[in-house]
Design a protein around this ligand. Sequence first.
Ligand SMILES: NC(=O)c1ccc[n+]([C@@H]2O[C@H](COP(=O)([O-])OP(=O)(O)OC[C@H]3O[C@@H](n4cnc5c(N)ncnc54)[C@H](OP(=O)(O)O)[C@@H]3O)[C@@H](O)[C@H]2O)c1
Length: 247
Amino acid sequence: MADKTTLLDAAGKVAFVTGATGGIGNACVAMFLAAGASVVATGRRAVANDDPRVLKLALEATDEAQVIDAFAKTKARFGTIDYLVHMAGMVGKGRLNEMSLADWHTVVDTNLTSAFLLMKHAYPLLRKPGSAVVLCGSSNGANGGSYLSGAAYATSKAALVNLTRYTAKEWAPDGIRVNILSPGPVDTPMLDRLSETQHDGLKAQLPLGKYATADECAGGVMFLCSAHAASMTGTNMNISSGLVLDR
Ligand SMILES: NC(=O)c1ccc[n+]([C@@H]2O[C@H](COP(=O)([O-])OP(=O)(O)OC[C@H]3O[C@@H](n4cnc5c(N)ncnc54)[C@H](OP(=O)(O)O)[C@@H]3O)[C@@H](O)[C@H]2O)c1
């Protein structure tokens, strides 16, 4: 750490970020760059960032061959990964009895199976003391969620918490820490699907009365990757404006 007030000193480090075309992932890329890291920024759409320290990769995170290829390209360019930050995710919608099996699989694969694939294939590059993984949960994974995001979303986000705990234990002897960030509503394109009435209803449930910002979430990721969190693994960081309090 450069000094005791620096959140993250990532000079010489490499961050691999999924969901970099989305609100929170994009904020993570910007903060890693500001902290001095090189970044592998991935999304299904093209990543808009021309910083020479950014390796931009198209990645469908549910496709094992693409995941393997992305890490091969990362190894060829940077040789290692210090931080794996998995922000890619999607919501479902509707009541359980209205959800198709295909939609269930799509949401679970996108949120949960992707994490398995990314962690499995990143492991050889991550395996050294000081590495950190941050997954992305949701308040839905703690409070059960609702039809606004659907059962597969709430279920997959809850399962990611246990994947975090499992790998935190399994990978601790390697020196790899694994934590998860669980936001409540965040002001990103993911919420564009909601009507004004639904926004009002959601905000009314938040004791702080405000959505979190993508930068607040990225700040949490920086903290979890930093030396300040050197004794934290298997934890679930709650950024829900007070929506979830009873875990
Ligand atoms: N916004 C919220 O209210 C909120 C609340 C709690 C948790 N979260 C979680 O926060 C994370 C980031 O969401 P966000 O708010 O930044 O939403 P966002 O702006 O909609 O971004 C979602 C990102 O996920 C990527 N993605 C989706 N499916 C993918 C797939 N199959 N393969 C690869 N990438 C995929 C998207 O890539 P492309 O656009 O390139 O397809 C995009 O970069 C998600 O895990 C989400 O569940 C968000």
